[in-house]
Each structure stands twice: as structure tokens, then as C-alpha cells.
Write a protein that binds this ligand. Structure first.
Ligand SMILES: NC(=O)c1ccc[n+]([C@@H]2O[C@H](COP(=O)([O-])OP(=O)(O)OC[C@H]3O[C@@H](n4cnc5c(N)ncnc54)[C@H](OP(=O)(O)O)[C@@H]3O)[C@@H](O)[C@H]2O)c1
Length: 233
């Protein structure tokens, strides 16, 4: 039976790779996007900073393909700045999208999973969450927050057979890293045992596993897909 899947920010980058991978595996996949919808997938407009849009988007997905059984909270953004130049807005906007945005989507979609007594929730964090990164105090704080959030929900929702896990990618070949200087990218790769960027499909493979029936006894886990960059963190 195809499952009803929702991937936030699934119109490009890692989210699109995840959506395509789950669709290939036979699931019925919807994505949220703010701008260009991808071809071949149900796309619903949603800015995760707006609770009303989150509610409308999940309602629409439920109407078209049934209650969400697999949720991948992937939408995220960066606003890099050194601490002394980081404005309050730089900080709160990244937290609002990358952490509170995930709370909004998970809370809304989990309702159906609790009712159905089963489901899969996968959150996309980052290797930066526990390692930290110069210029990314806002982003790292949000991504680290996701881990505590996921582990709390793993406890709350476990009795309803809903698993909650985190995938933690290292530097991945998408538009997001365009703002990172060549020097900074080279320094990160020099500290990565596998010495290269991740491909979005490699992150998608980890998500696909955690979302699969085979991963039914895994919850509260943080799975790095980072070429070894965050080992020990
Ligand atoms: N690339 C990396 O090196 C890397 C490493 C670790 C973790 N990650 C994480 O992986 C996830 C995907 O990143 P990516 O590299 O694929 O970046 P990307 O290509 O920049 O894609 C970001 C996605 O998030 C969506 N998004 C951003 N703000 C949103 C908002 N307020 N409401 C709804 N959607 C929003 C974007 O939608 P629009 O198209 O509408 O802008 C887009 O679909 C993010 O959570 C990111 O933090 C990335």
C-alpha cells in the first residue's frame, strides 16, 4: 500500500531528492513549496513561518492523499553572520523557520498519526548542530534544538507507534551552500574524512531507510550523512 508522505521544502535541493526517492519506492508524495512547484508531485503552497498556511497545506494533503503517514520536515534556511553583527532578526527568523516551523508542521501532521496509531517523522538537522560553525550561531542553535525536540517526541509518540528520527547532513551539493566562501568550503572538506560534499540523493537514502517499515524499532536516533565530518560530536 502506498503511504501518504509529506516533505516540506520539497521543490528543490535535499527535499526534492527525498520526495523523488520516496515516490520511486512507491509512496504517494506531496511537497510544500513557496515558489516553483516541482513536476510530477502534488505541491501545496506553504511558508512554515505562517501557522495558517501550515494548517491549510496539511488539510489539503489529507484531502487529496489521506492523513500523512510519513512526514519529512526538511524546509530550512540560513542567514549567516558573525555574532557581533548578527541582528535579532537574523537570529529569530532562522529559529522561526528551522525550529518553530518544524514544530508547527509536526504538531499539525502528528494528529493523524496519533489517531492512526502509527507513523514516521524524520527531521533534517545538520552536522553543524553539534559541531558549531563560525557565522552560524543562529542556524546551529535551531538545528541542535531539533534534536531535543525529536527525542522528546520519540518518548511522547512512541506509545502510539510513531517514530521520530533526525538525519544530520554534512555539506551537501545544493543552492544553500552558495553563500559559503570557497575558503570555508575547502576548510570543511579538509576536516571531512571522505573529503567531498554529500549528494542530495545520499541524504535521501538515509531518510528513506528511517521512513521504511524496516526501521520500525528505531526512534530518537540521529543519523549523520556527513562523510565523517561530525564524528565525536
Ligand atoms: N545543503 C547543505 O549543506 C545542508 C547541510 C545540512 C543540512 N541541510 C538542511 O537540509 C534542508 C534542505 O536544505 P537544502 O540544502 O536542500 O537547501 P535549499 O536548496 O536552499 O532548499 C531549502 C528548501 O527549504 C524551503 N524553505 C526555506 N524557508 C522556508 C519557509 N519559511 N517555508 C517553507 N519552506 C521554506 C525552500 O523553499 P523555497 O524554494 O520556497 O525557497 C526550499 O524548498 C534544510 O533544512 C537545511 O538546513 C542542508
Amino acid at each position: 500500500m502506498p503511504r501518504s508522505v509529506l516533505v516540506t521544502g520539497g521543490n528543490r535541493g535535499i527535499g526534492l531528492a527525498i520526495a523523488r526517492s520516496l515516490a520511486e519506492a512507491g509512496d504517494t508524495v506531496a511537497v510544500t513549496c513557496r515558489t516553483d512547484p516541482p513536476e510530477g508531485l502534488l505541491a501545496v503552497r506553504c511558508d512554515v513561518t505562517d501557522p495558517a498556511q501550515v494548517d491549510e497545506a496539511v488539510t489539503e494533503v489529507e484531502r487529496v492523499q489521506g492523513p500523512v503517514e510519513v512526514l519529512v520536515a526538511n524546509a530550512g534556511m540560513t542567514k549567516d553572520q558573525l555574532l557581533l553583527r548578527m541582528t535579532e532578526e537574523d537570529f529569530t527568523s532562522v529559529l522561526d523557520t528551522n525550529l518553530t516551523g518544524v514544530f508547527r508542521v509536526v504538531k499539525r501532521a502528528a494528529r493523524g498519526m496519533v489517531r492512526a496509531r502509527g507513523g514516521r517523522i524524520v527531521l533534517i538537522s545538520s552536522a553543524v548542530a553539534l559541531r558549531g560553525e563560525t557565522g552560524q550561531a543562529n542556524y546551529a542553535a535551531a538545528k541542535a534544538g531539533l534534536i531535543g525536540f525529536a527525542r522528546s517526541l520519540a518518548r511522547e509518540l512512541g506509545p502510539r507507534a510513531v517514530t521520530v528520527n533526525v538525519v544530520s547532513p554534512g555539506l551537501t551539493h545544493t543552492a544553500m551552500i552558495a553563500g559559503l566562501s570557497q575558503g570555508r568550503q575547502a576548510a570543511i572538506l579538509a576536516d571531512t574524512p571522505l573529503g567531498r560534499l554529500a549528494r542530495p540523493e545520499e541524504v535521501a537514502a538515509a531518510v528513506r531507510f528511517l521512513a521504511s517499515p524496516e526501521a520500525g524499532f528505531i526512534t530518537g536516533a540521529v543519523l549523520p550523512v556527513d562523510g565523517g565530518a561530525a564524528m565525536g560530536h
